[in-house]
Write a protein that binds this ligand. Structure first.
Ligand SMILES: [Zn+2]
Ligand SMILES: [Zn+2]
Length: 435
């Protein structure tokens, strides 16, 4: 059986993974072998090395040691068989391992799986000079999208609305997946509230081709504004706006993932942000292979996690009851909050504002529009608090006027993801469910 096609079947169980990681193939600060070894040693079961606009398939990609002396020393100490040479300009170089070499080295049936992943990193240039970054992950398709293979692909100098721009990518990923025979794939809208972005929930609310977004990305600064609502504009609110609109229209609900977006492995830059092991997903499937993992995610049987890992979740469609349980954690008091949106919410914003990022800049492209809706979107319908060191079990049954329900598990304490003021505590998220 080929590596990457493991089938260790059995009872469904939880598998831990991170699908958003960078290496020296793009702007990450580690060799890909180091990243894979680190996550595997830390108990992760699957990993996507999602370098920007590149799939790791070039066997002749060398990087120079200049300004990377420390990284080279660590790498060669840990991987003494690594290929090094003296380049044409007299500088030492190391060859980057390809995806297939990495899979051969690290994949292990029932233990660890590398999943081909790319972060399509685009910049949309509008005629009025505004420019917006749009980042989208796709997984289990081992090749670049055609739109990433043309010269000057990164900038799109037209006025395609962001909503259409993302939908086009989702459709392109689907078409490429079919052409490669990939049975299942993922397409994830990354860190939509990053300050350099301008993806609004309304941009992805109507596109049923977009099934996933990052509710928790480790290291994306949100825009700030003194006029923001008291509870801020965060990824939870973004999620509920999308799903309130979708549920009303009968469209599939958007699922949320968590990721490290790892760039630094030693805390050496980005203010110590974008480090490993802060946000991940926990997927329940009978086996550790891409088809099974993605198949489980398609049914919503996974959590996004930031420091907490719940024990179980179930939804009974006939009664509309969502049940969640979390195991006891010594010294920690955990709570389960059930969040709903109501059928009578208004699609007319209560207010609309232009928001600038916290960083001082003269570039108008960094402004964004935030629409604040009434509080019937994203209401906390029920909270159940456990005592210190206690397990918590709770359930919620959809009321006749609920569009959907999801649960967020919380525990006080220093959040692992500190850059974006979200989620401000240790947390984990179920997916949304509707009857
Ligand atoms: Zn990104
Ligand atoms: Zn990234």
């Amino acid at each position: 059986m080929k590596k990457g096609q493991q089938h260790i079947c059995g009872e469904p169980r939880w598998w831990r993974g991170n699908l958003h990681t960078h290496t020296f193939w793009s702007d990450g600060k580690a060799f890909p072998d180091e990243a894979a070894a680190l996550y595997k040693a830390h108990g992760y079961h699957f990993l996507g090395l999602s370098d920007h606009n590149v799939f790791q398939d070039d066997p002749a990609r060398w990087i120079q040691e200049t300004r990377r002396e420390r990284y080279f020393a660590d790498y060669l100490a840990a991987f003494p068989g690594a290929e090094v040479r003296i380049g044409a300009d007299g500088v030492r170089e190391a060859r980057l391992s390809t995806f297939s070499e990495l899979a051969e080295r690290f994949d292990e049936p029932g233990r660890f799986l590398l999943m081909p992943t790319i972060e399509a990193t685009r910049s949309v240039q509008f005629p009025d000079g505004r420019r917006h970054e749009v980042h989208m992950n796709y997984t289990n398709i081992p090749k670049l999208l055609p739109s990433l293979c043309v010269p000057d692909f990164k900038r799109v100098a037209d006025d395609v609305p962001i909503s259409e721009f993302i939908s086009r990518h989702a459709e392109e990923v689907g078409a490429v997946a079919r052409s490669t025979g990939a049975a299942r794939h993922l397409f994830i809208v990354n860190h939509p509230i990053w300050q350099w972005y301008d993806v609004a929930p309304e941009d992805i609310a109507e596109s049923s081709a977009i099934r996933y977004f990052e509710v928790c990305n480790n290291g994306t600064e949100i825009p700030s504004c003194p006029d923001l609502p008291q509870d801020g504009f965060d990824a939870d609110r973004f999620w509920d706006v999308v799903n309130a609109f979708r549920a009303r229209r009968g469209l599939p609900l958007l699922f949320g993932t968590g990721s490290d977006d790892t760039h630094c492995y030693r805390g050496e830059s980005h203010g110590g942000m974008l480090m490993p092991f802060n946000a991940w997903i926990l997927v329940r499937s009978p086996s550790l292979d891409a088809e099974s993992i993605i198949g489980a995610m398609e049914t919503g049987d996974f959590f996004a996690c930031e420091g907490l890992e719940p024990e179980d979740v179930s939804f009974e469609p006939s009664s509309g009851t969502l049940s969640v349980s979390v195991a006891a954690r010594p010294g920690v008091a955990q709570a389960i909050r059930f969040i709903v949106s109501k059928k009578d919410f208004s699609e007319v914003p209560v207010r609309t504002m232009r928001v600038r990022p916290p960083t001082e800049t003269d570039n108008p492209c960094h402004e964004r529009t935030i629409r604040v809706y009434d509080d019937r979107i994203g209401m906390v319908a029920k909270s159940v608090h456990g005592g210190v060191g206690q397990a918590v079990r709770a359930s919620y049954t959809l009321a006749p006027d609920d569009l959907y329900v999801r649960a967020r598990i919380e525990a006080p304490g220093q959040p692992l993801c500190t850059a974006n003021m979200h989620p401000r505590c240790l947390a984990a998220w179920t997916q949304p469910y509707s009857a």
